[in-house]
Design a protein around this ligand. Sequence first.
Ligand SMILES: NC(=O)c1ccc[n+]([C@@H]2O[C@H](COP(=O)([O-])OP(=O)(O)OC[C@H]3O[C@@H](n4cnc5c(N)ncnc54)[C@H](OP(=O)(O)O)[C@@H]3O)[C@@H](O)[C@H]2O)c1
Length: 270
Amino acid sequence: MGVVVITGGTDGIGRGLAADYLRQGFEVVVVGRSARKGQEFQEPGERAHFLAADLSLVAENRRLAGYLAERFPVVDVLVLGARYHRSARTVTADGFESNFALFYLSRFLLSHGLAGPLGRAEHPVVMNFAAAGQTGGVRWDDLQLKQGYDGVGAMGHAGRLNDLLGVSFADRHRDTGIRYVLNHPGVVATSFAGDYAPGLAVQVERLKTVGKSVQASVAQIRPYLDPDWSQPLTAVLEGVRVPLDPALFDSRDAARLHELTVGLLSRAVA
Ligand SMILES: NC(=O)c1ccc[n+]([C@@H]2O[C@H](COP(=O)([O-])OP(=O)(O)OC[C@H]3O[C@@H](n4cnc5c(N)ncnc54)[C@H](OP(=O)(O)O)[C@@H]3O)[C@@H](O)[C@H]2O)c1
């Protein structure tokens, strides 16, 4: 079979996808911070791997991409699903707002960092849990959300940045055959990892009772990861393909964000 790498694969939808790929005979690498969850995932046997990494840190993403590229010369599927809600604005040791760092920058670094091993696969695909066109504008003058931070809005904004990451990735890696899927799963009953303000914590507990099951979400996602799905860039909302609205999936905006991101990375981290 092939190799599947899943960030956020120790829990929630990522874990569900990991189990699904394991059942199909793939070699599956999940990435997260919890050694306990990682250990549980590895129990089925030698095709299940866990790598511990704090993906909110740039160096950890680079270390992970380097290790994976060496250990697995060919990667067939990359799923980008790590997230952590923070009701209060938090800055990482690298100086980035935490959602920008984990929800966007990590996915930028791993998408581009693993383009080599992905490009060697027969039917490579990246799936990024993004906005799929469901959120508003980019805060070009405040990407680190210093003004008027709210945790839910911050995740939505990072989702929007990931939509543009998908556009620029598809533009830059056009000749590699790597497909990029931007997926918004809707409300799914997962761990909703995060530090929530008390009022929001109550709402999140309710979402865990009304959200669709992980299994149902995995069933909505899988068709778009299969080899016969041939589109270079796809946006999907709860299993339904969404048109790529030119105003939201604009190549110039995507290129602008790419350049800004490269600049931020070069200035902030050696
Ligand atoms: N659930 C929903 O209703 C919903 C709705 C819209 C979008 N989504 C998106 O779907 C994706 C999956 O969400 P989910 O709800 O299934 O996830 P989840 O249950 O909240 O699990 C989050 C995952 O992220 C990992 N993680 C958190 N912080 C990390 C860090 N600093 N470094 C590395 N890994 C870290 C966790 O691993 P450890 O515990 O091992 O650290 C865990 O595997 C996310 O992108 C989310 O935004 C979900």
